[in-house]
Design a binder for this molecule. Structure first.
Ligand SMILES: C[S@@+](CC[C@H](N)C(=O)[O-])C[C@H]1O[C@@H](n2cnc3c(N)ncnc32)[C@H](O)[C@@H]1O
Length: 222
């Protein structure tokens, strides 16, 4: 498992790694971004805020597809410098953990390959307005800057179900692309138990449930 990296790490990456300078059609991520465009087509004139937009490759794809309402931010100054040369979209340097980065007019969040780089990913999501449509992508492989990665759709739902109402997950190669809506779900005890288990049979569920009730009754009796 990797560790969370600073702005300087990404500045250096974007200065020296060619992948982030390629035209979007030549990028390894092109097929994933095409899935994002497919999801986006379900929405009418979204006002997009891209969180951790990197060097603006996806932004350029969105621009060519005719999207007009777009703002992107990233905490890497180098990334923003490169992004600003690609389109006439607005970009700014901002941290996803800082609520002030979200103080603009948007109704759609795109956040690709960013959450797995941030320890406090829940804080990032909490900065998003309730009811906002979200597309995010996360990997199922480890890397030096990945603080987590996912083995299954279930793991993704388990981590994010309280904060995002997940509507669709598409896996392409090593990347999961998730469509959802910012939510604030307070699970009841049964939902918590269900979410806490990887696999659950009816038998193990009833056994665990009976055990909890017994403990609850016992603690009330004292
Ligand atoms: C793997 S790159 C992905 C870039 C782009 N979204 C893409 O899909 O190509 C991760 C990006 O997240 C940005 N990032 C990481 N932590 C961040 C934070 N706390 N606030 C804003 N951007 C962050 C990095 O600077 C980098 O651009």
């Amino acid at each position: 498992m990797g560790t969370e990296k600073s702005e300087e790490f990404y500045d250096n990456k974007f200065t020296h790694e060619n992948d982030y300078h390629e035209h979007y059609k030549d990028s390894w991520y092109f097929v994933h971004w095409t899935q994002i465009i497919k999801y986006l087509k379900r929405f009418n004139e979204p006002k997009i805020l891209e969180v951790g937009c990197g060097t603006g490759q996806l932004a350029e794809y969105l621009f060519d597809e005719g999207y007009k309402n777009y703002v992107g931010f990233d905490f890497s100054k180098k990334a923003i410098e490169i992004a600003q040369k690609k389109t006439n979209f607005n970009f700014f340097v901002g941290n996803a953990l800082d609520p002030s980065s979200f103080k603009i007019d948007y109704d759609f969040i795109i956040c690709t390959e960013v959450l797995e780089h941030i320890k406090e990913d829940f804080k990032v999501i909490e900065n998003i307005k309730i009811g906002t449509n979200i597309i995010f992508s996360i990997p199922n492989f480890d890397e030096v800057s990945h603080v987590r990665w996912f083995l299954s759709e279930r793991q993704i739902k388990k981590r994010y179900y309280r904060l995002i109402n997940i509507k669709n997950i598409t896996r392409i190669g090593n990347i999961y692309i998730v469509l959802g809506e910012r939510d604030n779900f307070a699970p009841n005890i049964v939902q918590k138990i269900l979410a806490s288990r990887e696999e659950i049979s009816f038998e193990s569920f009833t056994k665990r449930f009976k055990h909890r009730i017994k403990n609850m009754l016992k603690s009330k009796a004292i």
